[in-house]
Design a protein around this ligand. Structure first.
Ligand code: DC
Length: 224
């Protein structure tokens, strides 16, 4: 078994890359952002301010989050309901970022993430995978790209999901969210000391996948 951690700012292409690499390597892809999005979604539907640490912490016992994997795809269940793309909306991105700065929320989601990596070879993407969740990961990557490249990709990704979004709004919200994720006190979104820094602004998706697989195979001889 081996573990690959991919961290980096939003829209850097972590999920597409990790998903494709997982399929090639025959291992499980875990999207940890979906867990924070689920908590963000729940508090939003309850009319709770996602920045209100006390109010958010108080409803955590009402939340049961479960990750299920079918044919290599991850599905997130909130109290038995599959949320699908409802957690992808821009307002849920902001709510996810806000709740993710609350230590009680991070503690609440810790075991769900760690336990998957105990029983499966994984490629896990997030913000603190290499630093907090899997500090012993065999491979750590910090994936990033220019703000403009990331905003362009994110706008396209949303459009493909049928969510209309304006490029300039996406760029502004993305910068705001990244600053919030990077500057929080608990598990800030920064590279692990031993992470490989990977700038994919100028690479196609296929080139990025090839480069990622090279990095993995250099470090994990058993990876296919
Ligand atoms: O990867 P994403 O955009 O789906 O993540 C949504 C938010 O969740 C992100 O703004 C910060 C938070 N997050 C986190 O704090 N730690 C993680 N491992 C993954 C996501």
């Amino acid at each position: 078994m081996y573990q690959i951690a991919i961290d980096g700012p939003s829209g850097a292409g972590k999920s597409s890359l990790a998903k494709a690499a997982a399929a090639r390597l025959g291992i499980v892809y875990v999207d940890t952002g979906a867990l924070y999005r689920t908590v963000g979604y729940y508090v939003t539907t309850k009319g709770i301010d996602p920045k209100n640490a006390e109010a958010v912490s108080a409803v955590l016992p009402e939340i049961h989050v479960e990750l299920k994997f079918e044919n290599g795809t991850q599905y997130v269940y909130l109290n038995g309901e599959n949320l699908g793309d409802k957690i992808r909306r821009p307002e849920i991105s902001m709510a996810a970022s806000a709740v993710s700065a609350i230590p009680a929320v991070r503690a609440f989601l810790l075991e769900t993430q760690k336990s998957i990596a105990r029983t499966h070879s994984v490629i896990m993407d997030g913000r603190d995978i290499g630093t907090v969740i899997l500090p012993e990961a065999d491979v750590k990557i910090f994936l990033f790209a220019s703000d403009e490249a990331r905003a362009k990709r994110r706008t396209k990704e949303l459009a493909e999901k049928g969510i209309a979004a304006d490029y300039n709004d996406v760029l502004r919200e993305m910068r705001e969210r990244d600053a919030q994720d990077r500057n929080r006190d608990v598990a800030p979104a920064i590279p692990a000391e031993d992470a490989v820094m990977f700038d994919n602004s100028e690479l196609t998706v296929e080139e990025s996948i090839e480069r990622l697989l090279e990095i993995v195979r250099e470090r994990v001889p058993s990876a296919r």
